[in-house]
Write a protein that binds this ligand. Structure first.
Ligand code: GAR
Length: 196
């Protein structure tokens, strides 16, 4: 299973999956990393792991159609089987979806369908959970479709909200669970326990 990553920032979810491959927990082959952010830690991580990596954004391709074609070309050139969004803050285009629909996964730091949608990422999600007075939050791994945070749920895990939580403390607790559930879910896909 050749897996490709799209990531915009820290890439800690990507790293957790790469680590699971390295320690033999996950039988997959990380083939390429794409980021829309040339300064992202995700690209630095790819470099240190020796994984081919590309910065593709409006800065490298001012024409949106050419940008989407370039992303698609990189994915297909590396014989990608599964696309893993790991904190990727851009919408997946129709051009990419037409080829990879049903094979693109995303992770979201809340119990979707709650606290998802456009603009709901990172600490904004956790702030919204706290403002709503929720007693639990969690993690969702889902298939990607043309809407933000919307496709079929593949895995979900609850994480408690504790008295005195800030967005940062809640994010940290949720992220720990993200790092486990993403690799586990990919493992279940590879084992045929989750059918895409
Ligand atoms: C993660 O918490 C991920 O769930 C979230 O961005 C963070 C990326 O962290 N994604 C979303 O909010 C998507 N709507 P990372 O770059 O360290 O993996």
């Amino acid at each position: 299973m050749n897996i490709a990553f799209l990531a915009s920032h820290g890439g800690s979810n990507m790293q957790a999956i790469i680590d699971a491959v390295k320690n033999g927990q996950l039988k997959a082959n990380p083939v390429v990393v794409i980021s829309n952010n040339s300064e992202s830690k995700a690209l630095q991580r790819a470099k240190s792991e020796g994984i081919p990596h590309y910065h593709l954004s409006a800065k490298t391709h001012s024409n949106p159609e050419r940008l989407e074609q370039a992303i698609l070309d990189v994915l297909t050139d590396h014989q990608t089987d599964l696309v893993i969004l790991a904190g990727y803050m851009k919408k997946i285009s129709k051009r990419v979806l037409d080829v990879f629909q049903g094979k693109i996964l995303n992770i979201h730091p809340a119990l979707l369908p709650k606290f998802g949608g456009q603009g709901m990422y990172g600490s904004r999600v956790h702030e919204a959970v706290l403002a709503a007075g929720e007693k639990e939050s969690g993690v969702t791994v889902h298939l990607v479709d043309e809407h933000y945070d919307h496709g079929a749920t593949l895995a979900q895990r609850k994480v408690p909200v504790l008295d005195g939580d800030t967005a940062d403390t809640l994010a940290e607790r949720v992220l720990k669970e993200e790092h486990k559930i993403y690799a586990e879910t990919i493992g279940k896909i590879i084992a045929g326990e989750i059918k895409l």
